[in-house]
Design a protein around this ligand. Sequence first.
Ligand code: ZN
Ligand code: ZN
Ligand code: ZN
Ligand code: ZN
Length: 319
Amino acid sequence: MKRIGLWIGIGIGTAAIAVLTVLLLTTCVFQNHRFQPATCTEPETCTRCGVTRATPLGHTYAPATCTEPETCVRCKHTRGEALGHAFASATCTEPETCTRCGITEGEPLGHLMTEATYQSPPTCLRCGITEGEPLVAALSDTALHELEIGKPVPYTTASYEDHDVDVTGTVEIADYETIAGNDVFPAREGYEWHVATVRLVFAGDDAQQNGMQSALTYGDFYATDAEIGTTVDENGLRPFVVNWYGSRVQCWQKTGPDEEADWFGHELRFTWKEGVLVPEGYDGTLLIFYNYRLAKNADRLFLPAGDVLDENALVFRMK
Ligand SMILES: [Zn+2]
Ligand SMILES: [Zn+2]
Ligand SMILES: [Zn+2]
Ligand SMILES: [Zn+2]
């Protein structure tokens, strides 16, 4: 009897264990839930009984880009719109380019090059880049006898009495200045006066006997075909034209009144000012002293530079 009771006890015990095991494995009666991890939109959820715990994670959005809206890094859910590209205009060397993502569209514009001038190399009108060199000045390879300020140099010209007889004295640029204008040299907007004080001194016996006849004209360092007018207007202004950054620009010359024009002892001395009204910064004007014998006529003193620029001519570059 006792033995039977033992077996029944073991049977009940075993059945109970089996039932408990089944309950444990197939239900959540012991709060033994099997939670799946939370997602953006669902909290932790028991796969067996559906009970939930805590709250959904919520989306974690990465910022929108040019081509993608805000997008959840976990579930790829999107919000709003893509930003679209923010294109900066094309330049000479770069196509249209998105300032955010760097994507490009189309082609660069390419440079808009100007022609070279005497003052500037070919230059892009849009971006200012330059290529190459300015035009070569016509006289850049010519050995000019250039006068220096304050240094008298021998100057040979025809005598006053006989144009076939040469006399030699000195010519000096006694002073040189750039001014806006004054009583003698009238100012003009955008222009400046380049004014040289010229001094001629003739002291030899030949000058004593025959006097002298000086001759000067103007030329241009850049273009030898630049010619100076043969007549002056009512204000004493003589027109000429220079090539300034590729444009023909009207300029004027004026000879100031004599400051000295006489014999001083054995010296025949002339001092006066020569001025040119040129665009601000122009550096090409040449004041040229030559032998009067080449002109032989006071009415045609302002000869083309090409006619008088020989090895005897003395030149002062008004720059
Ligand atoms: Zn459960
Ligand atoms: Zn998400
Ligand atoms: Zn973009
Ligand atoms: Zn350019």
